[in-house]
Design a protein. Sequence first.
Length: 176
Amino acid sequence: MKSHRLKPSLPAIIALAAALVIGSAVRATAEDYRDSSSRTLQGTWWVQVTTFTDCASRTPLVSFSALLTFAEGGTMTGTTTNPGFAIGQRSPDHGVWGRKRAPHSFRASSVALILFTTAPNFPVTPGFQAGSQRLDQTIALTAPDHFTSDAVTTFFDATGQPYRQGCATAIGERFE
């Protein structure tokens, strides 16, 4: 008597293995989202920023709020309530972010346009030239829904020449 068992073909075995791998990846991604301990920087954050009088002494100068959104794929946007800028003077931030090698450590770089020049009005504002502001941050996720950040900000005039640099620190809380 002849056995009529089906022999699995190589393409069928490969398809089954691929389905198992893809199914596991989708399930792991869904579990990662539900498990807040595995969250990353992705999402929207309320941020409290403190600028310094200078980068060496780190003497606090002024504090203000910001909102930062870190999107899947490594892009980011943000907005600030920094009182040093005139109303409508500064555009929103646009930039990129990524994971650093250390666990829970990230970097982010963004730029905002300075749309018009304002004169200094101390102690409220040092004045800004039309051009741009670049912000480079090192961010540490201290808990699933909290981070700290150290930043260097550089201001450029309309020709692209830097004219001022500053430092800041920040704490962020995930917006949910």
